[in-house]
Write a protein that binds this ligand. Structure first.
Ligand code: ZN
Length: 203
């Protein structure tokens, strides 16, 4: 395999990128100036050193000495609500809308309908531990914030079965974002008004 082909394989693994687009990216790299290529390579290789994964919600934040991010650390946030999302991008969209004051949990992806292996890559075990811990002292609402499409719905079912034992207790309740989100829409691309109505109309 040539270096070009290897690069195409890497780009193909990026979210939402198919093989044709991956090739276009690789050709684009060929047209870049050497300094830009070097800077890009350096940025990629140093990225994990410049961010920290929050020990509580698992989102990435700019490195400080802290192990907990500013959202999880904020005492003004409502710790009775835990919004489970697929990725960091979803949190950014919701924070931009300014309508949610609870806490988050980043699952790290979705469970596609046709694949079983992805469950292992997700933070299901960590989610269970977080839910259990947070519900010790008070009631907890776990809000599932996944895209309104088959994969998003499948992921919601996966979380429901994961937390099935817990929801027998009165203290833990699971809700879903309302259908203010139109079918097929992804949270990360939704505007503030849509997110507001999806949160308000949760079921
Ligand atoms: Zn956090």
């Amino acid at each position: 395999m040539t270096n070009f082909d290897k690069l195409v394989v890497y780009f193909e693994k990026f979210p939402g990128v198919g093989v044709r687009q991956a090739k276009r990216f690789a050709f684009h790299v060929l047209t870049m100036k050497q300094e830009q290529v070097t800077e890009l390579a350096d940025l990629i290789s140093s990225l994990s050193n410049s961010v920290t994964e929050c020990a509580s919600c698992h989102r990435f934040f700019s490195n400080s000495q802290a192990s907990i991010c500013s959202i999880c650390n904020d005492v003004n946030r409502d710790s009775h609500k835990l919004l489970v999302v697929a990725s960091d991008n979803d949190i950014q969209a919701i924070e931009r809308s300014g309508v949610y004051s609870g806490l988050y949990f980043v699952l790290g992806g979705t469970v596609p309908l046709l694949s079983k292996e992805t469950e292992q890559k997700l933070r299901g075990g960590a989610l269970k531990a977080t839910v259990l811990e947070r519900s010790q002292s008070a009631d907890l609402e776990v809000i599932l914030g996944f895209a309104v499409n088959p994969d998003g719905e499948n992921t919601a079912r996966y979380i429901e079965s994961l937390l099935a034992d817990f929801t027998l207790s009165e203290k833990i309740k699971i809700s879903h974002l309302g259908r203010g989100l139109s079918t097929g829409s992804e949270l990360e691309y939704a505007d503030a008004e849509t997110i507001k109505s999806a949160l308000r109309n949760r079921m």
